[in-house]
Design a protein around this ligand. Structure first.
Ligand code: 13P
Length: 262
């Protein structure tokens, strides 16, 4: 398989930064990357702010013609109607949102989102022209009982149950034990699971689509370890939590091809 995949560095802000803070943050991040002459065609960068920030960030990206991508952290499985508190993919598309996280482990555990909910949300994203960033990953307990790949691969199969193989997706492998723990997986561990996920994609969507799909690693990614992950053939970027809230750190992660000796 020839690798033509553009790396994607995605910043999941989680429930941080209000809409005023988001404007200042995105402005500074864009300046920092511009100063460094960042080439977005070589490494794509995207931010995933809370819902209440999205309109502000969209307006800024549009007005200043910034090349940062925009993502949301969740969407409803439904398109409209009596779903108090939910946000439709239709609304996100109207705000020029391109990506949407689906099945983040925090949603799976704190909001009881099971594989069928994740599959319905992936389908909703596809219906509205959004690219779902499908998050999969094993807990420490799963790792001990089933090894690293079994749970993420099963989650990926389930997530893709309701979309055609032509649907554009991004997969994010986030071992739950590595999220926010400061203890990232090793590059070898990440590669092992990302390779298994790509093999699963070959079965589910075929060789060409599998070769074109980006698989990210997430879990305690920082400037000091990004280059090691990006050297692995099946790791096509990162989903960054805590370190995406620090402008210099995130800009440095985006600029991983310039890291030397890490
Ligand atoms: P951390 O980078 O803070 O470990 O979070 C990872 C994550 O959950 C991104 O979605």
């Amino acid at each position: 398989m020839v690798n033509t995949r553009t790396p994607l560095i995605a910043g999941n802000w989680k429930m941080n930064l209000d809409h005023l803070q988001s404007i200042a943050f995105v402005q500074k991040l864009a300046w920092s990357l511009k100063d460094a002459k960042h080439d977005y065609t070589a490494v794509e960068a995207a931010v995933f702010p809370p819902f209440t920030d999205i309109r502000s960030v969209q307006t800024l990206l549009d007005a200043d013609k910034l090349e940062l991508g925009l993502g949301a952290q969740d969407l409803s499985a439904a398109d409209s109607g009596a779903y108090t508190g939910e946000v439709s993919g239709a609304f996100l598309s109207k705000l020029d949102v391109r990506y949407v996280l689906v099945g983040h482990s925090e949603r799976r555990t704190m909001h009881a989102e099971d594989d069928s909910v994740v599959a319905a949300k992936v389908a909703a994203a596809h219906r509205h022209g959004l690219v779902p960033v499908i998050c999969v990953g094993e807990t420490a307990d799963d790792l001990e009982k089933h090894g690293a790949s079994a749970v993420p691969v099963a989650q990926l199969h389930a997530a893709l149950a309701e979309v055609p193989s032509s649907a554009e997706i991004v997969v994010a492998y986030e071992p739950v034990w590595a999220i926010g723990s400061g203890q990232a997986a090793t590059a070898e561990q990440a590669e092992q699971v990302c390779a298994a996920l790509r093999s699963a994609l070959v079965e589910i969507v075929g060789v060409d689509a599998a070769a074109a799909t980006r698989i990210l690693y997430g879990g305690s990614v920082k400037a000091a370890n990004i280059a090691s992950f990006m050297r692995e053939p099946n790791v096509d970027g990162a989903l960054v939590g805590g370190a995406s809230l620090d402008i210099d750190e995130f800009a440095s992660i985006v600029r991983f091809p310039h890291h030397v000796g890490t």
